[in-house]
Design a protein around this ligand. Structure first.
Ligand SMILES: Nc1ncnc2c1ncn2[C@@H]1O[C@H](COP(=O)(O)OP(=O)(O)OP(=O)(O)O)[C@@H](O)[C@H]1O
Length: 319
């Protein structure tokens, strides 16, 4: 059913370079969260810190009551079993076929028989739509298929938490749309906690329950999707709407002169908040909230046209 990840006052530097400081948030059990941020703001470093591959300078990461920053190696080993990770390139072993790649964690971490392993591998290959491709080598398949194989491997130990590092990198928009639907369907099916690092704005706007934004060495905002998509906070607004006007510059934040030059520029109105992607079987996910609920309960007026089906927004259906 997924577990919370409680991140408290996390700070990470490499030498004198502070990556981010005092990051605190709770990734809620069973929900889908997206973490955004300009390149180099330390999103991948955050994922690696969450699974204990990197040690932060300060702070804690608490999962099921254990702080994986300060726990023993033995406890860390146990906690890691709760995680499934989809690495950016799928991280497949090039010399093994997809079946053996997906079976690898089961052979490494469990004492299951080969026939039990076969059942699990085939179930996960089926989940990600790869039945029939078991004998292929990673080099013989497309990037999208490699991602799905990586996802099947991330799922074989029945994780409570799944981390996705840029699942859409290198995929065309159609394959990204299929992968996003697969992510939502999987969340409905396995009820695990999902944390996705992505640069894809469409994914960020339509897939998650919550969005976080890392910027300028700190967590600029984290909260429900509707909160960030209706936010006028300059960094959040600029990033989620892919605009040039705002505090984020080409390689770092803009200086005072650049910001002063933009002072009187008109910003385009916030676009409508789209409907959240639903599971393809039409049965809502456990953590899914009705459209507009966060805005209503928090007295926030969403941008005009929010929460209408695409067909209505496009003028296809007359009111
Ligand atoms: N092991 C390491 N040793 C030293 N510096 C590192 C290490 N890993 C990452 N960094 C630095 O940390 C910073 C953040 O890197 P990270 O890959 O987490 O950024 P990111 O937000 O995921 O970027 P992108 O969106 O481009 O993938 C970079 O400046 C990187 O060079």
């Amino acid at each position: 059913m997924g577990v919370d990840i409680k991140i408290e006052h996390l700070t990470k530097s490499f030498g004198k370079q502070l990556i981010w400081g005092d990051v605190s948030l709770t990734v809620p059990a069973g929900e889908i969260c997206v973490m955004l941020g300009p390149s180099g703001t330390g999103k991948s470093v955050l994922l690696k810190t969450l699974i204990g591959l990197l040690k932060p300078d300060e702070g804690s990461v608490i999962i099921e009551g254990t702080d994986l920053v300060s726990c023993s190696e033995k406890d860390l080993y146990e906690i890691r079993k709760l995680f499934g990770v989809l690495f950016q390139d799928g991280a497949m072993f090039g010399s093994m076929n997809l079946y053996d790649n997906v079976a690898f964690p089961l052979r490494e971490h469990t004492k299951k028989s080969e026939s039990q392993i076969r059942d699990i591998v085939m179930e996960k290959m089926d989940l990600v739509g790869l039945i029939g491709a078991e004998d292929k080598l990673p080099g013989e398949i497309s990037g999208g298929m490699r991602k799905r194989a990586g996802l099947a491997r991330a799922l074989v130990l029945d994780p409570e938490i799944v981390l996705f590092d840029e699942p859409d990198s290198g995929l065309d928009p159609v394959r990204t749309a299929f992968l996003n639907q697969l992510i939502v369907d999987l969340n409905a099916q396995i009820d695990a906690t999902f944390l996705i690092v992505t640069h894809d704005i469409n994914t960020s706007r339509t897939v998650p329950d919550n969005i976080g934004l890392l910027y300028h060495k700190h967590l600029a905002m984290f909260g429900p999707r509707e909160m960030l998509l209706s936010s006028e906070e300059p960094v959040v607004r600029q990033f989620l709407n892919a605009q040039r006007v705002g505090p984020i510059g080409m390689s770092e934040e803009k200086d005072a002169d650049q910001l002063a030059a933009e002072k009187d520029m008109d910003l385009p109105p916030l676009p409508p908040i789209p409907l959240q992607l639903e599971p393809s079987n039409g049965i809502p996910r456990r953590s899914q909230r009705p459209p507009g609920e966060w805005c209503r309960t928090n007295g926030v007026t969403p941008p005009p046209g929010s929460f209408l089906p695409d067909s209505v927004l496009a003028g296809g259906v007359k009111a």
